[in-house]
Design a protein around this ligand. Structure first.
Ligand code: SF4
Length: 204
């Protein structure tokens, strides 16, 4: 049994990220980490928000009952920037775990990255970070509208890194790799007709 096209795409992108990052000097690595600083602060804020309002409901209703509805097989869109930023802050051993998972045919119904202790990524894809199922949202937001407003503010902040109507981190990361001669089908900010249109309309 061979791996799926989805795994192949992710595997190729992960190998590209690991190879190029490995070839950079410490100054270049620091430059990339500095560029990602604001994004990491955002991710910390989202983690804090989710831990405060959603951890107990998600653990109780989904993880403990083994539903894990948000980690279904090949259910997520992953940006090339997700893969690079995760690799940037991961050890070689962390990356090897991802590569081994991607090289193994997925015979289950769960995401290829879902291990026994949870997600195998250090900094999981932004789509996963910002996903809340309808049941969880309804239970929390119906009791506390101010939490819903705070979540909407988080969703707006997300766009500062992923929505290309302005200069954004995820586009810059792709450009950095393209300028070094690499390409990936996960470089949506350079290949998706819809996102290219957004950039064009914004004059980018
Ligand atoms: S990448 Fe991680 S968080 Fe996202 S669906 Fe897969 S296991 Fe879940």
């Amino acid at each position: 049994m061979s791996i799926s096209p989805y795994q192949q795409e992710h595997l190729e992108a992960t190998l590209i990220a690991a190879k190029h990052l490995d070839s950079l000097n410490p100054h270049q690595i620091e430059g990339l980490k500095t560029a990602a600083c604001e994004y990491l602060l955002f991710r910390n804020d989202v983690d804090a928000f989710l831990n405060t309002y959603f951890t107990s409901i998600c653990t109780q209703q989904c993880f403990q009952s083994n539903i894990s509805a948000c980690c279904s097989r090949e259910g997520i869109i992953t940006f090339f920037g997700d893969i690079v930023i995760n690799a940037l802050f991961s050890s070689p051993a962390d990356i090897n775990i991802l590569i081994r998972a991607l090289q193994t045919p997925n015979v289950g119904l769960k995401c290829i990255y879902l291990g026994p202790q949870g997600c195998l990524w250090r900094i999981k894809p932004i789509v996963c970070q910002m996903f809340l199922c309808d049941t969880a949202m309804h239970q929390i937001f119906s009791r506390n509208p101010s939490v819903e407003s705070a979540w909407k503010a988080m969703k707006n902040r997300e766009k500062h890194f992923t929505w290309p109507d302005k200069k954004i981190l995820f586009d810059d990361v792709e450009t950095f790799f393209i300028n070094a001669g690499y390409d990936s089908s996960l470089m949506y900010l350079h290949h998706s007709p819809g996102l290219l249109f957004v950039k064009k309309r914004a004059g980018l």
